[in-house]
Design a protein around this ligand. Sequence first.
Ligand code: URA
Length: 232
Amino acid sequence: MRLVRLIANLGYGSQRDVKMLLRAGRVTRRDGTILSDGDKAEHEDILIDGEELDPPQGCVLMLNKPAGYTCSTSDPGRVVYELLPERFEYRNPIIAPVGRLDRDTTGLLLLTDDGQLLHRIISPKANVPKVYEAELARPLTGDEKDIFASGTLMLKSEKTPLLPATLEALDEKKARLTIQEGRYHQIRRMFAAVGNHVETLHRARIGALDLGDLEEGDWRLLEGDEVAKIFA
Ligand code: URA
């Protein structure tokens, strides 16, 4: 890809803006050689004002989402992009959330600009387990485990029953729930269907990937075999 396009696609500005950066001698190789429009260079060899470029196309990030942020720019209020470097919002292709978490759900959110990977993760065929922890308004009755595992639970206005889900009671008003799907407000609606109400919801894991020691509100790039862990 041409240098100007490569840099512009990473959100550093329009192609015109990037040409100006090049003309000003602000884009160099690691050895300090000034790059010009038309030069060829590898992503990891390019510096702007001495700084490494933002991650290349095909990146996957994990964010520890706090409550109060939405995953869609079309929803009102604060959006998860506000927790990432501003430039990330202007990338082409865009970095998009892999599925959604509700505004008040916290925890593990993946974002990527790799559309194929995104669809592989959210596809129902992939069967990627997602693990949530829910705090409930009322004590568990003990019936929920079998109802959720049955594969017959129908949510209002849905045409097909939910796939079996696994519930583990953590205490009388707290449960860990593993689901394979990602239907709209799924966990909140599942507990509403058994007469309860979710007070707080946290996604702890996607596949074998968890947040580790990532603080709430922080993000980091996935590295090495971490993408494979999603499907492990
Ligand atoms: N289920 C929900 O109800 N909300 C989420 O954010 C995720 C799963």
